[in-house]
Design a protein around this ligand. Structure first.
Ligand SMILES: [Zn+2]
Ligand SMILES: [Zn+2]
Length: 247
């Protein structure tokens, strides 16, 4: 298909986080295409594999496009006096997150940058397998995260050590035991979650202490929304919910 016939893919959540991070660090102002940081971001976005080559036009995320996106963001910020350029719904969601939790969002942006800088392993999953994945926050981080926590050697070690200690595999957060509920079919089933991944950036899990064993529900609840709570924080959420339902 000739380039003129189609548009570049819409900006993903992770891409917008990087652009918004740049605008915020620039005092809420947009940046021109020739700005070195815009050029750097343009290169980084082209290296990310969120959008397969087949759907990219030749001008995919070039410095002009990135500069325009910083203008969309800057003119959508509260306090901007002129008319906003046309940013999408997702732009506004990311901006709202930056305004509400700037520190969290800057560290999310750092994590994304670090994972791209590390270079992508060839077996990085394209999709992680969540139903609403294309709408999820931090899809790129999620793919990295899934890659890390699927390390089969560390996973086996973790499971064996928990089995040796407790004789069974239960979710560290809610206590759900697949073997107990599903019998033979569920025995030995559990998901592995890499605990420190958001903060640790490019580092993969190194010891079994970096892994938590979780049931599928708890694991998914952690990744539904950024920032990802730790298993202990999720346990607190479950307890608080329990309390509020009793009263
Ligand atoms: Zn659980
Ligand atoms: Zn996880």
């Amino acid at each position: 298909m000739p380039d003129g016939a189609r548009r570049n893919p819409d900006w993903e959540w992770d891409e917008l986080v990087l652009a918004c991070d740049l605008v915020m660090r620039n005092g809420g102002h947009w940046l021109p295409a020739e700005n070195p940081q815009v050029i750097e971001l343009s290169e980084l976005l082209q290296r990310m594999t969120l959008h397969p080559r087949e759907v990219r036009r030749a001008d995919f995320r070039n410095p002009n496009g990135v500069g325009r996106k910083t203008a969309d963001i800057a003119t959508a910020l509260p306090g901007y006096a002129g008319r906003p350029t046309n940013g999408g719904r997702r732009d506004k969601e990311v901006i709202a997150k930056f305004l509400a939790e700037p520190d969290v969002m800057h560290s999310v942006a750092d994590s994304i940058r670090k994972s791209v800088a590390e270079g992508e392993p060839t077996d990085l999953p394209r999709e992680v397998g969540y139903d609403n994945e294309s709408e999820m926050e931090g899809r790129y981080l999620l793919r990295w995260h899934a890659y890390r926590e699927r390390s089969p050697v560390l996973r086996r070690k973790k499971i064996n050590s928990v089995l040796a200690q407790h004789g069974s595999l239960a979710c560290e957060t809610c206590g759900f035991d697949f073997g107990q509920t599903y019998g033979e079919r569920g025995r030995g089933f559990i998901e592995c979650h890499h605990v420190d991944s958001l903060r640790a950036g490019g580092e993969g899990p190194r010891t079994i202490r970096d892994l938590a064993l979780l049931c599928s529900n708890c694991h998914r609840m952690i990744h539904t929304k950024l920032p990802w709570p730790s298993p202990a924080q999720l346990r607190d959420i479950i307890h608080a919910q329990d309390e509020s339902q009793r009263s």
